[in-house]
Design a protein around this ligand. Structure first.
Ligand SMILES: [Zn+2]
Length: 434
């Protein structure tokens, strides 16, 4: 199996016109601090860093960061896409909303990259409404291909953080991907139908999780792309390894917990599906052993199956550090560097081990608008950025990988056996509400 991320998070830069400050109200002192003795950071807890503005108030008032049961979301398809796929999207998205909460302003769009312009008009019209990249002169199918991205975004009322501020997440998918998933771009990869469908579920879960992550950043924006460091509304600044790592950690946990409620999967052999899920879950749950090996050994690496892998690059002595807190890896999606291969995996499990999966996936997002990403981490773990990296790097070296069994992991590292919906009450997230 080869799950590669052809579709990755890519935010339209919100830097816009250089960010003016005329309308900002620098009043962070009025933010109530919710730090109390229950937080592990007590008594030296971080201070809020949010600067509320008219956009923040507008987003809060419309419930942008609130899980809703009936949110304004859009699913738009080219006119030649069979009803089966339209229905499938609806079933998956509804179930995602049930688990993670329904967050407004999510736009999922599928266009036929080989079709005439006419079939793609519904997608083009939605993009024009959103004033998406390149909307001014309309689109052709070719132009849709050029601007397609997932996850991207749109700000139809401009980037000014004023009372009209509106933000959307957009996921544009090619029809061939919807039908064949990763096999669309790889003639040598021939998955079974059930594997394709599970990959589509995985993809939709992953991208929607990014929307949920963004919703809780409100107008600050989630990552380095959202606002420059000298902007008073500076971004929450969540590192890419956390953004991706958190989304990926929930993929098969959510699928394992929910696939039986996806009726289009009924036609497949449930044993095949369970085996796929077990394989993916086991891979995650032997990740402590695996990443210790990657970081302690120069290779070749012993895989879970017992095979020796001579292809993997040498990642011995790799360390996670502040240089990984900002942008995506230089090498983009080539995936042939240690940052790509290690950063979105081991650190998220380490963070869960230091706190809990509920803290990693729900409570940190609930607080990062107010405190920034690292402030939220410090609230819940007592570790600031430097300490977090230090402890991670120490942990990955303090146990010899050859001394443990493949399935050994410290407490809290592995994905819990419980359903994600039982384990994490996403609906009761303590969202920022001033
Ligand atoms: Zn992603």
């Amino acid at each position: 199996m080869n799950f590669r991320y052809l579709l990755s998070i890519l935010l339209i830069s919100a830097c816009g016109g250089g960010g003016s400050s005329g309308v900002m109200d620098y009043d962070s002192a009025s933010l109530s601090t919710s730090t109390n003795t229950n937080f592990p950071c007590f008594p030296n807890c971080p201070l809020p860093t949010a600067v509320q503005n008219d956009a923040t108030i507008k987003l809060i008032n419309e419930g942008f960061n609130q899980p809703k049961s009936n949110p304004d979301q859009w699913a738009i398809f080219s006119t030649d896409i069979e009803q089966y796929y339209v229905n499938r999207e609806d079933v998956i998205q509804n179930l995602l909303n049930t688990s993670f909460g329904g967050y407004m302003n999510y736009n999922y769009m599928v266009f036929n990259e080989d079709g005439p312009n006419e079939v793609n008009i519904p997608v083009m019209n939605r993009l024009i409404e959103l004033k998406y990249n390149g909307w001014e002169n309309g689109y052709s199918t070719e132009e849709l291909k050029d601007v397609s991205s997932c996850l991207a975004g749109a700000n139809p009322n401009g980037y000014e953080k004023d009372s009209a501020y509106e933000q959307h997440s957009t996921c544009m998918v090619w029809k061939s991907f919807l039908l064949y998933s990763h096999a669309a771009n790889d003639p040598n990869y021939m998955p079974e139908d059930y594997e394709i469908e599970i990959q589509i579920v995985q993809h939709m879960q992953h991208e929607y999780f990014h929307h949920y992550q963004r919703a809780h950043a409100l107008d600050r924006g989630l990552d380095y792309q959202s606002a420059p460091a000298d902007d008073p509304n500076q971004s929450v600044n969540a590192p890419w390894w956390w953004i991706e790592g958190a989304a990926m950690s929930t993929e098969f946990w959510w699928i394992r917990s929910n696939w039986q409620n996806l009726n289009f999967l009924n036609k497949y052999n449930s044993q095949d599906i369970n085996e796929l899920i077990t394989y993916e879950t086991n891979r995650r749950n032997s990740s402590f052993w695996w990443f210790l090996q990657r970081i302690q050994s120069s290779g070749p690496y012993r895989e879970h199956s017992g095979n020796i892998n001579y292809e993997l690059i040498d990642c011995s002595d790799w360390q996670l550090g502040p240089e990984h807190s900002d942008g995506y890896p230089e090498d983009g999606h080539n995936n042939n560097d240690c940052e790509n291969q290690l950063a979105p995996f081991a650190p998220i499990h380490f963070m869960a081990h230091k706190s809990s999966w509920q803290i990693v996936l729900r409570d940190i997002p609930s607080k990062y608008y107010e405190y920034g990403f690292w402030g939220a981490v410090e609230l819940y773990t007592g570790l600031n950025e430097e300490e977090f990296y230090l402890q991670f790097n120490e942990t990955m070296r303090s146990t010899n990988w050859e001394d443990i069994s493949m399935t050994y992991a410290p407490d809290g590292w592995n994905i819990p056996d419980e359903s994600i919906d039982t384990h994490i009450d996403f609906y009761n997230i303590d969202y920022f509400n001033n």
